[in-house]
Design a protein around this ligand. Structure first.
Ligand code: UDP
Ligand code: MG
Length: 183
C-alpha cells in the first residue's frame, strides 16, 4: 500500500490537507484531483422523501460518502453558511426555509466532485435547471430547490468544517476504486 493510500485510510484530516502537508506525490497521482464537497438535502427534500433519490445519484456516479447526518440546522450555522447572501432580499425567507425541518448533510469525495456535484444539482433557479439534474427533476421554484452543493473547493472546505467535526468524517477505501480510476 502506498504512502498516499495509508494517508487516505488512516487519517481523519481532510484529504486536501493531508495531500498538501504530508503526501508529496499527491499532485501527480490520480488523487491530485480528489476533492470533498458538502451536499445537503434541504428541508423540502427531506419532507418530500427525496433523500434516497439524491444519495443514489452520487453513489451511482461513483462518488464516495465520507460523512452523513440528519440534523436540525441552527440559525447560527445557517447564518455562517449563507453569510455572503445576508444582504439579499430573500435571505430572511431562506433562513426560515432552512430551519423549517431537518436537513441531511453529507460529505462526498471523488475526482472533481465539487464541479461535478454542481452540475448534478443544476441551476440555482429550478425553472432554469436542466432535466436530468436534481433540481431539474425534482423542483419547480428557486425558493424550494431541494439540495445544496458547495460551489468551489475553498467554499467546500469551509462548509465541511462548519457542518462536520473532523472525527465525523470517515476515510475508507471502496472496493471498486480500481474500476473507477486509472491507477
Ligand atoms: N435563493 C432564493 N432566492 C433567490 C436566490 C437564492 O431563495 O433569488 C436560495 C436558494 O435556496 C439557493 C440559496 O438561496 O439555493 C443559496 O443561493 P445561491 O446563490 O448560493 O445558490 P446555490 O449555490 O444554492 O445554487
Ligand atoms: Mg451557493
Amino acid at each position: 500500500m502506498s504512502f498516499l493510500q495509508r494517508c487516505l485510510l488512516r487519517s481523519w484530516i481532510p484529504v486536501t490537507t493531508i495531500a498538501r502537508t504530508r503526501c508529496p506525490s499527491y499532485s501527480t497521482a490520480v488523487h491530485g484531483s480528489l476533492e470533498r464537497t458538502l451536499v445537503a438535502v434541504k428541508p423540502d427534500g427531506v419532507q418530500r422523501r427525496l433523500i434516497g433519490d439524491i444519495i443514489k445519484r452520487f453513489e451511482q456516479r461513483g462518488f464516495k460518502l465520507v460523512g452523513m447526518k440528519l440534523l436540525q440546522a441552527s440559525e447560527g450555522v445557517l447564518s455562517e453558511h449563507y453569510h455572503d447572501l445576508r444582504r439579499k432580499p430573500f435571505y430572511p425567507a431562506l433562513i426560515r426555509y432552512m430551519v423549517s425541518g431537518p436537513v441531511v448533510a453529507m460529505v462526498w469525495e471523488g475526482h472533481n466532485v465539487v464541479r461535478s456535484s454542481r452540475l448534478m444539482v443544476g441551476e440555482t433557479d429550478s425553472a432554469q435547471a436542466k432535466p436530468g439534474t436534481i433540481r431539474g427533476d425534482f423542483s419547480v421554484h428557486i425558493s424550494r430547490n431541494v439540495v445544496h452543493a458547495s460551489d468551489s473547493a475553498e467554499v467546500a472546505e469551509r462548509e465541511i468544517s462548519l457542518w462536520f467535526h473532523s472525527a465525523e468524517l470517515i476515510s475508507w477505501e471502496t472496493s471498486d476504486h480500481r474500476d473507477l480510476y486509472q491507477m
